[in-house]
Design a protein around this ligand. Structure first.
Ligand code: ADP
Ligand code: MG
Length: 638
């Protein structure tokens, strides 16, 4: 006691974290037309709080000794103009209240604020994706009071938190007979329609019917004399109060599935699709899994939480159970309820468990089936999915070897035969391959522009052969795992000596052999001159417009991958490229007959320089390039 106690009971005034202030203002202005969602958020928090208490009580049964049945209560007081949402869940200590009701601890916060535009409609959408939570109370309230007692603490250790949402909040000592939380909203001017049992009940059943705990409200009675309804002393349960996922599919409406999605995902938007199954057999479980419409802000955050809630026989066990789905499906939200796992399961046990492995494999297959179904039957929806999550799905090619073929079919690409939308499947590509073509060709680059203007594409354009255009960072990595599709090797147009024989006819082949002989001397000279910059020089027939290009050796990293790794700060052995010369190009033809050694050297260097630039690379010595170019321009002008 003594000093410690004094600090703890004193009234403290604290400032909100700067981001909270900003969020509050945005929310009040952009979410006003959706103001009813505050009740969904408060009930969702109350439900989470009860789940957490039930979970903690498994190891500390005392926490529930003498405790009332876990439940949520919604009440209102017309005289005081307040609405109160109460629960008898886990509660908040003083430190927890300061932390959870004064800051935003979410990952993705920075990305969220960076994306705000100032346009109310767009920002409303973004806030929704980010999650509105407790702070949404201030849409309808100009003062919010929270009285809370953490389970395990005494009645006198309860706290009262209060704020007008402007910039500060206070915390002081309070008492509460049971653990749990009351959130009281002092309504803003003009919000009196919420002071109605009928109105509140309507909002609860619309948004929160799926909550598995009872939500209680005072029963009302019609007063004939006054011609209005009047609260009685009795309470009634206004929701179905059974776990939604455990109900038969046929009894659940789309609206109920959608409302439940908002609860488990903390997302404001709609789910794109869901799959709900009861799996029977050696491992028994229920899965209700959703694919969101929009990517969350923390999709690329390594520490991000994973979206699956684990239950064991209807009892909540943990949020963000990352063992239940592989990392590349981290955007999936939902619930898995196991019949077999022990109630005291820990994250460590999850890692080892055979049941969990079976659940993960089964759930992965379900999600893939759901996506296949979208891809086959709802192409537009799938296109939307691919735009949001395509890059993450590509991780699955490397991470999920057993499902690699299924994932490969879900991939979508841009290609030289299509506009800018990624719509081409590997199966379509293979189906329209040219006669004699045995490879699936692709080019990688930083941007679509760079990919399209790559000199490596020239021969393919001439021959009318389709090339996939890959510009995602993850592509090079993915391609190291995706080496073939239906027996057709995936081949970079910028690697190795292209086996273009399959695309050439007999006359062309003979012509090419003759040309090769003709250019022997030039190739030999170029090898010597450029030995510090390229590891080999050869004649190519892959170019039509450009005089030269660089290719990587069959088994070496492409120039693009080397640049990516370098940009990511990784040390990479710099593999020297191979220079290929286009014998059809006038520059190369003239070079063959150039007798001035010095000039020939300058020309060759310049050809390497421009080949580096053409594939989006950077010159080691740009100054020398400019000098060379200028002296050549002068010669031309003479
Ligand atoms: P989220 O629910 O997404 O975590 P919220 O803004 O809704 O975000 O709530 C913030 C945090 O405040 C919760 O994570 C929880 O720790 C705490 N909290 C809110 N309401 C309650 C409650 N009724 N009981 C206990 N803790 C609560
Ligand atoms: Mg919440």
């Amino acid at each position: 006691m003594g000093e410690h106690m004094e600090v703890d009971t004193a009234k403290q005034t604290l400032g909100f974290q700067a981001e909270v202030k900003q969020l509050l203002q945005l929310m009040i202005h952009s979410l006003y037309s959706n103001k009813e969602i505050f009740l969904r958020e408060l009930i969702s928090n109350a439900s989470d709080a009860c789940d957490k208490l039930r979970f903690e009580a498994m190891t500390q049964p005392d926490l529930l000794a003498g405790h009332g049945e876990l439940a949520i209560t919604v009440a209102f007081d017309p005289a005081a103009r307040t609405v109160t949402v109460s629960d008898n869940g886990i509660g908040l200590s003083r430190a927890e209240a300061i932390e959870h009701l004064g800051t935003i601890a979410k990952s993705g916060t920075r990305e969220f604020f960076a994306q705000l535009t100032g346009d109310q409609q767009k920002d409303a959408q973004l806030i929704g994706q980010f999650g509105v939570g407790f702070y949404s109370s201030f849409i309808v309230a100009d003062r919010v009071t929270v009285v809370s007692r953490r389970a395990g603490l005494t009645a006198a250790d309860a706290i009262r938190w209060e704020s007008d949402g402007a910039g500060e909040f206070t915390v002081e000592a309070a008492t509460r007979p049971e653990s749990g939380t009351d959130v009281t909203l002092h309504l803003r001017e003009g919000e009196d329609e919420l002071l109605s049992g009928w109105k509140l009940k309507g909002i609860v059943t619309r948004y929160s019917d799926h909550i598995s705990l009872p939500i209680r409200m005072r029963k009302e009675e019609w007063d004939k004399d006054k011609n209005e309804s009047r609260p009685t002393a009795d309470f009634e349960t206004v929701n179905q109060a059974s776990a939604l996922w455990a109900r038969p599919k046929a009894d659940i409406t789309d609206e109920q599935y959608q409302a439940f999605y908002k609860h488990v995902s903390h997302d404001f938007g709609e789910p794109l699709a869901w799959t709900h199954n009861r799996v029977e057999g050696r491992t028994e479980y229920i899965q209700l899994l959703y694919v969101p419409e929009h990517a969350p802000f923390d999709l690329w955050d390594r520490n991000q939480r994973h979206g699956i809630k684990l239950y064991v026989r209807r009892v909540f066990i943990m949020d963000d159970a990352e063992q239940l789905l592989p990392p590349y499906l981290r955007f999936v939200r939902g619930v898995i309820d196991s019949n077999d796992l022990p109630l005291n399961v820990s994250r460590e046990i999850l890692q080892e468990s055979k049941d969990v492995k079976a659940i993960r494999e089964g759930s992965t297959r379900r999600v893939l089936s759901l996506l296949e179904d979208l891809a086959d039957n709802q192409k537009e929806k799938y296109a939307g999915f691919w735009n949001e999550f395509g890059q993450v799905m590509k991780e699955g090619i490397g991470d999920d070897a057993p499902n690699r073929e299924r994932i490969a079919k879900l991939l979508r690409f841009r290609s030289t035969l299509h506009g800018d939308e990624p719509v081409v499947t590997l199966a379509e590509y293979v189906a329209r391959m040219k006669e004699g073509q045995t490879h699936v060709y692709y080019v990688t680059a930083d941007t679509l522009e760079a990919a399209r203007s790559s000199p490596h594409l020239e021969i393919f354009r001439k021959k009318g052969v389709e090339v996939l255009l890959l510009t995602d960072r993850v592509d090079e990595w993915m391609l190291s795992f995706l080496t073939e599709f239906e027996g057709k090797p995936l081949t970079s147009v910028a690697k190795g000596s292209l086996d273009l024989d399959e695309l050439a006819d007999e006359a062309e082949k003979a012509e090419q052999a003759r040309t090769g002989d003709e250019y022997k001397d030039l190739v030999e000279r170029a090898r010597k001159t450029l030995s510090a910059r390229v590891k080999d020089v050869r004649i190519t027939f892959r170019l039509t417009d450009s005089p030269a290009c660089l290719v990587a050796d069959e088994h070496e990293m492409s120039g693009h991958l080397q640049r990516l790794l370098k940009a990511a700060g990784q040390k990479t052995p710099t593999a020297m490229p191979i220079l290929e010369l286009n014998p059809e190009h006038p520059l190369v033809q003239r070079l063959k007959d150039e007798s001035d050694e010095g000039r020939a050297k300058e020309w060759l260097e310049l050809l390497v320089d421009q080949a580096v630039l053409a594939e989006g690379g950077q010159l080691e010595n740009p100054g020398a390039f400019v000098k060379r170019l200028n002296s050549m321009l002068l010669e031309v002008g003479r």
